[in-house]
Design a protein around this ligand. Structure first.
Ligand SMILES: CCCCCCCCCCCCC/C=C/[C@@H](O)[C@H](COP(=O)(O)O)NC(=O)CCCCCCCCCCCCCCC
Ligand SMILES: Nc1ncnc2c1ncn2[C@@H]1O[C@H](COP(=O)(O)OP(=O)(O)O)[C@@H](O)[C@H]1O
Ligand SMILES: [Ca+2]
Length: 546
């Protein structure tokens, strides 16, 4: 059997330059030999060196056609060289360019000896086969009508070729109707055949995949989703997102860019990013899951209006945003929430969630190590839930961001310091204020100013929350006695405000889907799903930038 830590080193040719190529257990390196010998000091020598992590190699294969192509392009100069070194292999690898964008680059090495060429391919492939987190079989769903209706084209032209190159097998389903992907995952798909599911579309399409997968896993394990406190079973399959929708904030906030090739490469290298999932209930009946934005008031109204103008594509949100802004509605109601523990930070602490985030990792290791114990510790108060806070008021928007919700419209997102997998959501309450004030608040989503630094904005990091719209004809939370765990509203309710009527109810925008109930209970399920992503990487040095 081959030694798993075998190191090989050869003198090969790359573009007719002599290079020393070495494969260590986790690193492939090459550097030019002739030039580095000529140069006296080491400074420029370092520039010549290339290092590639084995885990970022896409594939290695024989470059049989290489010599032929080169001969056709540069017949005189090259012909002799390619006859001298007729064997070649190509390594495809991840190259970072600017702004979190990844590209698949090639480097081809030539040699005179077939055995050496074969050995390189064999040893590299052996190292690649040790990377067990890489998916081999994927189930792909394409929404052909998402965003600018380019999902099918994007997948076929940009993604499928890279998957083929990496030797990934795919079953591809182009959806024929809304909820096709969800229903297929729920009842038909044979999940054992796949290592992951790929979603080609926007946040709405992702939501379909999420519901299909999570519902299927709960059904397979006899977990009742209708119970708000049920401990949900995590999903063993990872989800990859090829952005082809209108907002694509789930992709943007977990990868740092909306680019199909970058996402495909994160899938190929087998990245894994856990994500919080909010479960939304109405009177103990399950409604929906959410991973990004749950928004009542402004974002609910924008979504409701935008559905009428779907034909406009992504621009529908700008039109509806403008109209909704002019309407300047506010909604009265009561928000109650269970604050998060101190160790997960605060929405205004400016500690952004980045690749390998300590806060998310700490949350996970404590959850894995002492599953039951930590569950107990999380519920310190005598009723087993901790202290609920209650706020009654008139709100222009009530937003819950389980992650930053960064997207091209708002590069730092609705809650720039929210975490992908800390088991909490940031609850943002925007109270009734003037149009100008609300405009200032919105504008701060597009620049570096703090959008929470306004008298009319409150933000809380929470584990659970509830919302009850205010009906003047009804007694608020009239069913309190049936739910003893619900907080007592009386001391903090500002009932004196009730004479000032607000408009009717709004609806909730749940990851781009409209919810048909305004009164909801929300609970965060820590890291319930995993994506083929790694979180946003801290900006690299200029290495590889074009
Ligand atoms: C003055 C400019 C203000 C710009 C404010 C931008 C805030 C943007 C925050 C975006 C958070 C997005 C959260 C994600 C939601 C998605 O799940 C969800 C579904 O995505 P999908 O279509 O890909 O399936 N997308 C959405 O609900 C879209 C929300 C987009 C909101 C755009 C709001 C634009 C507001 C324009 C106000 C204009 C005021 C002008 C005054 C003169
Ligand atoms: N074949 C289809 N025909 C019509 N609607 C579909 C189809 N496949 C998926 N959908 C629905 O399209 C909606 C929007 O999809 P999405 O990919 O998020 O695009 P966008 O970002 O433009 O909203 C989702 O609600 C999804 O359920
Ligand atoms: Ca979170």
């Amino acid at each position: 059997m081959e030694n798993q830590t075998q190191i090989i080193c050869s003198e090969l040719f790359q573009k007719h330059r002599k290079v020393e190529v070495a494969l260590y257990p986790a690193l492939l390196t090459w550097k030019e030999i002739e030039k580095s010998r000529k140069r006296s000091s080491g400074a420029s020598e370092a520039e010549q060196g290339h290092d590639i992590k084995v885990c970022e190699i896409v594939a290695i294969h024989k470059a049989e056609d290489e010599a032929e192509t080169q001969t056709r392009k540069h017949p005189k100069r090259i012909k002799q060289h390619s006859q001298q070194y007729p064997y070649a292999f190509t390594v495809a690898y991840v190259r970072r360019t600017q702004q979190h964008l990844w590209r698949c680059s090639d480097v081809t090495f030539h040699c005179a000896d077939q055995q050496i060429c074969d050995q390189w391919i064999q040893v590299t492939n052996e190292q690649l086969s040790l990377l067990t987190n890489r998916p081999k079989n994927l189930l792909v769903y394409i929404n052909p009508y998402g965003g600018k209706r380019r999902g099918k084209h994007i997948y076929e032209q940009k993604v499928a070729p890279v998957f083929r190159r990496a030797g990934i097998f795919t079953d591809v389903i182009v959806t024929e109707r809304a909820n096709h992907a969800r229903d297929h995952l729920k009842t038909e798909a044979n999940l054992d055949d796949y290592d992951g599911v790929v979603c080609v579309g926007g946040d709405g399409m992702f939501s379909e995949i999420l519901h299909g997968l999570v519902t299927r896993i709960q059904a397979d394990h006899n977990v009742d989703q209708n119970q708000p406190d049920a401990e949900l079973v995590p999903c063993p399959l990872r989800i990859g997102i090829i952005p082809a929708g209108s907002t694509d904030c789930i992709c943007f906030a977990t990868v740092g860019t909306n680019d199909p090739v970058t996402s495909a490469l994160h899938i190929i290298v087998g990245d894994s990013q856990p994500m919080d999932v909010c479960s939304v209930h109405h009177n103990d009946v399950f409604l929906k899951y959410s991973v990004s934005l749950l928004g009542y008031g402004f974002y609910g109204d924008v979504l409701t209006d935008s559905e009428r103008n779907r034909w406009l594509g992504p621009a529908r949100y700008d039109l509806s945003g403008f109209k909704t802004f002019l309407c300047h509605n506010h909604y009265e109601g009561t928000v109650s929430f269970l604050p998060a523990e101190d160790n997960v930070g605060h929405p205004r602490d400016k500690l952004q969630c980045r690749s390998g985030c300590r806060i998310c990792q700490h949350k996970h290791s404590s959850k894995d190590e002492h599953n039951e114990v930590s569950e107990e510790k999380e519920k310190p108060a005598e009723d087993g839930e901790g202290d609920w806070s209650v706020i009654h008021g008139k709100f222009i928007a009530i937003n819950s961001a389980s992650m930053s919700c960064a997207c091209p419209r708002s590069p730092k997102g609705l809650s720039p310091s929210a975490h992908l997998a800390d088991g909490t959501t940031d609850l943002i309450l925007v109270r009734k204020c003037s149009r100008l004030d609300f405009f200032k608040h919105l504008l701060r989503h597009t620049n570096n100013d703090d959008q929470f630094d306004h008298w009319f904005v409150d933000v809380h990091r929470v584990r659970k929350f509830r919302f009850q719209p205010w009906h003047h004809e009804l007694v608020p939370l009239e069913d309190q006695s049936e739910h003893p765990e619900k907080p007592d509203l009386s001391p903090t309710s500002s009932l004196q405000e009730t004479c000032d009527y607000s408009t009717a109810e709004s609806s909730w925008n749940c990851d781009g889907e409209i919810l048909h109930h305004a009164a909801i209970q929300v609970s965060v399920q820590c890291g319930l799903i995993r994506l083929f992503a790694r979180g946003i990487e801290e900006q690299q040095d200029a290495e590889g930038a074009v």
